[in-house]
Write a protein that binds this ligand. Structure first.
Ligand code: GLN
Ligand code: ZN
Length: 768
């Protein structure tokens, strides 16, 4: 019998119960017992949901109070000195201090060191989930320090469940961490770490656990040879520990690591056939005869219903070879999916019939297992028929396939993604027409999203404000933002983005081909969730999306007003994309829709247009071999969006990170007239990349960190500006903050901008 299992389930709750409980606990309105009770209820509910769906082996250890990597750091005693509890064991407050930092004046009961900054957070592989980066020192010791997993196993057993604990494997855990203090090789810590895994495996076995899932997703990355070797070493040692071990890989193909992964001395291997279908049937020839093979055939990273017939073709082949050594699962943990489609009460029936969230994906896995085990079963037959009907409907639906969009794409010519004149000529025309001073000053787009703005938006959505009233409220915000900017003396103004809830959702709501869910929340980090929009069909722009706001803002000032758009790559990366056409095609469709907006902004008298590409770099594929292809189409999409304008119109782009070395050529190839970047947190280190590579166009490296309420003084910003001026010719240098100001309050925003402008004036004076 093929076995149905899952690698992990969303922990946040279908009504974001965990988010709400965490935030109440941090506020002090819920006590620890109350918080723990919510966690217990969620685990019980999620096990039951999966079991009811037909999952036979349930994950445990996929629940985390904040982040599963942080949970492992506590389990192994990887607690940076600044958080180490004064005597005694780490508690929940230690965990939250590591996740969120401790402000200087707020000494929480259980933790030490007020003022300790949080651990660094970064993206979990190529997903939009963020984990807390373990901090290792050269003297790092590991000791089992956290009982959560064992308690949860006991809890699930008491409920009568058959459980499979989920651990992050030792190599992936070390890979995800960072060496702090002196330089050393993280791999040197492996021998010290393995005994803790041994201890965990023994304790789990003593609790009656049969299978343990050990996640080693780094097996799907380009690994240095010493890391490959370490895999064999580590699992040769761990094989002596009790319990059957399933190594789980996901998010990409094993490729050169296929033989290594298949041969490790463990009892099973999970591979992701959604992201890397070509791994089958190759894997069959590499898998030792004793091993379980778990095939991830249901997409854990997206919201589409599975084509069951297509999945079954592969599974039947595998089943013939493997029999009961075949397991079925989603491709990866369902952490990356919304919880339950059943919750969506306002989606139209046809769109809804195309979708599957975590609960529905469990049902799909179970149906596929049943289709192998009892193919004649009536429920199986009905499910297969329903799946066929959905796939046929999607393939033909006129809501998805729009001849006009496709015809337009087919008619795109190479010249459409090139500006008319090269940058050198364009920039002269722009200079003549914009009349900006040296070191022009600007901001990145958003101004504080105040409570009043959020209330107005909610009242409008709820029908309590008429469109005219809402528009007047937003005009009031725009007037305020413009008057502040004029008073401070900025050179290029923005309207402030008061009307935008979110830089993707705002456009998704207005583009044809996008759907929005009401409850499709996915954990981003800690208690933070995002509700990605879903691209379901060919994309087009029925009408202008931002032009009226920008035109109004421009009417208030003689200074240039920057139009503000989210770029095609970022719209795509922060949405659930279609699975029936390539991401490249979707990016091109988005680009054409944005191109019309850009051209219409220009026609409305907007002389500078910024196209944000915050997600450009994070779209990079996990394997280097695929980078060039991605960078090629991503760059092309940006240019297609940007290049419909006259030479006099200045195109800006903005990116929110500072590691550019590897993609600097592609960023130059975007050919934006001006790029603004994050730089202050890395002390302008990002400009090193610009030293090796002669970036041709204008640059605004952010002078202060908008993520913090701290207001740096003008001397500090001047020092950064001087560093920038040493690397970038001043004729091409802009002065701006790191990113948009929506998360800040007005007082600190004004104070910081005053200092930023003073720094610009000072340097201008010296240049004159
Ligand atoms: N224009 C956006 C803003 O200012 C840019 C934000 C981003 O790139 N993350 O909010
Ligand atoms: Zn940014």
């Amino acid at each position: 019998m093929a076995l149905a299992h899952t690698l992990g389930f969303p922990r946040i709750g279908r009504d974001r119960e965990l988010k709400k409980a965490l935030e109440a606990y941090w506020l002090g309105t819920l006590d620890e017992a109350g918080l723990r009770a919510v966690g217990r209820q969620l685990r019980a509910a999620h096990w039951q949901l999966q079991k009811d769906a037909g999952i036979e082996l349930l994950p445990v250890g996929d629940f985390a109070w904040y982040d599963q990597v942080l949970g492992h750091s506590l389990a192994f005693g990887v607690i940076p000195a600044r958080f180490r509890p004064h005597g005694g064991r780490p508690g929940l407050d230690t965990l939250f201090a590591m996740a969120r930092g401790v402000s200087g004046n707020m000494r929480s009961k259980n933790t030490c060191c007020g003022g300790a900054h949080a651990q660094e957070m970064t993206k979990w592989f190529d997903s939009n989930y963020h984990y807390l980066v373990p901090e290792f020192t050269a003297e790092q010791q590991f000791a089992l320090s956290w009982e959560q997993l064992f308690e949860e196993v006991a809890e699930g057993h008491a409920l009568g469940h058959r459980l499979k604990p989920v651990l992050i494997g030792p190599l992936t855990y070390l890979w995800l961490g960072k060496a702090k203090g002196s330089e050393f090789d993280r791999l040197d810590l492996l021998e010290r770490l393995l005994p803790v895994y041994g201890e965990i495996l023994q304790r789990l076995a003593a609790q009656g656990v049969e299978w343990v899932q050990i996640d080693e997703p780094i097996l799907a990355l380009d690994l240095p040879q010493d890391w490959k070797n370490a895999f064999e070493r580590a699992y040769n040692i761990l094989q002596r520990e009790p319990g059957k071990k399933l190594i789980a890989t996901y998010f990409a193909g094993l490729e050169d690591n296929l033989g290594l992964a298949a041969g490790l001395p463990v009892d099973g291997l999970h591979i992701d056939l959604v992201r890397a279908p070509e791994q089958f049937p190759a894997i069959l020839d590499r898998l030792p005869a004793y091993k379980v093979l778990s095939l991830g055939v249901v997409d854990g990273r997206n919201v589409w219903r599975t084509d069951l017939a297509r999945a079954l073709e592969v599974l039947q082949q595998a089943h013939e070879r493997l029999g009961e050594r075949l397991w079925l699962a989603p491709s990866c943990s369902l952490l990356h999916c919304p919880v339950d489609l059943g919750r969506e009460d306002q989606l139209d029936a046809e769109l809804k019939s195309w979708l599957a969230f975590a609960v529905q994906k469990c049902e799909e896995v179970a149906v596929l297992a049943a289709a192998l085990n009892q193919p004649q079963d009536a429920r199986v037959q009905a499910a297969l028929a329903a799946s066929r009907a959905v796939q046929a409907g999607r393939a033909q639906s006129s809501r998805i396939h729009k001849p006009a969009v496709q015809a337009r794409l087919a008619a795109v010519r190479p010249a459409d993604s090139r500006r008319q004149a090269p940058f050198a000529q364009r920039s002269e025309r722009q200079r003549a027409c914009l009349q900006l001073p040296a070191l022009p000053t600007t901001t990145i787009g958003s101004f504080p999203q105040t409570a009043a703005i959020r209330q107005a938006r909610q009242a409008f959505k709820a029908g309590k404000l008429s469109p005219a009233e809402y528009s007047e409220a937003m005009h009031g915000e725009i007037r305020h933002a413009v008057s502040v900017q004029e008073r401070l003396g900025l050179d290029v103004l923005v309207h402030g983005e008061a009307e935008r809830n979110d830089m993707v959702e705002y456009f998704a709501e207005q583009l044809d081909g996008y759907l929005l869910t009401r409850f499709g929340w996915v954990q981003s980090y800690g208690s933070r969730c995002v509700k990605p929009a879903v691209i379901y069909g060919d994309l087009s722009r029925p009408q202008a999306m931002t032009v009226a706001w920008s035109r109004y803002a421009q009417s208030l000032t003689g200074k240039p007003m920057k139009g503000m758009l989210t770029g095609p790559v970022t719209l795509l990366m922060w949405s659930f994309p279609r699975d029936d056409i390539s991401r490249e095609q979707q990016a091109r469709q988005l680009a054409l829709a944005l191109r019309d907006e850009v051209v219409e902004l220009e026609a409305a008298g907007i002389r500078i247009i910024q196209i944000d590409e915050a997600a450009f770099r994070e779209g990079l594929p996990l394997r280097k071999a695929n980078w060039q292809a991605y960078l090629g189409w991503a760059t092309e999409a940006f240019r297609l969006a940007a290049c419909g304008v006259r030479d006099e119109t200045q195109i800006h782009t903005h990116m929110c990170y500072s590691e550019f070395n590897e993609v600097i050529e592609s960023i130059a190839a975007l050919d934006a007239d001006v790029i603004t970047l994050e730089a202050s947190r890395s002390d302008m280190q990002l400009l090193d990349a610009f030293e090796r590579f002669d970036y041709p166009n204008e640059i605004g490296p952010g002078l202060y960190d908008i993520h913090s309420p701290r207001v740096p003084d003008s001397a500090e910003m001047l020092a950064l500006l001087r560093k920038a001026a040493a690397r970038i010719p001043v004729e091409r240098l802009w002065v701006n903050p790191d990113c948009g100001l929506k998360t800040r309050a007005w007082a600190e925003t004004e104070a910081a901008l005053v200092n930023m402008l003073a720094a610009a004036r000072q340097l201008r004076g010296e240049l004159a």
